[in-house]
Design a protein around this ligand. Structure first.
Ligand code: ZN
Length: 68
């Protein structure tokens, strides 16, 4: 799905730190979001608007996030 060239993060924590830093920039017009890539066994970042429909395992991830 064309994510070969994308930045890859090994852990959720790493990708969230990156996104936090990125989104803090006042020049950022479009925030980044993270998504899990099963093929690369890691996390990628994407522009919010490029986000494709969620796969079942991504929905699962989001649900997990909501549980404290
Ligand atoms: Zn990937």
């Amino acid at each position: 799905m064309g994510c070969q060239e994308k930045k890859r993060f090994k852990s959720k924590k790493m990708v969230e730190t990156f996104i936090d830093q990125f989104n803090k920039d006042p020049l950022v017009k479009e925030t980044l979001v993270s998504y899990w890539c099963q093929r690369h066994d890691g996390w990628h970042v994407s522009r919010e608007s490029n986000k494709r429909p969620l796969k079942w395992y991504e929905i699962l991830e989001q649900l997990k996030k909501k549980i404290p």
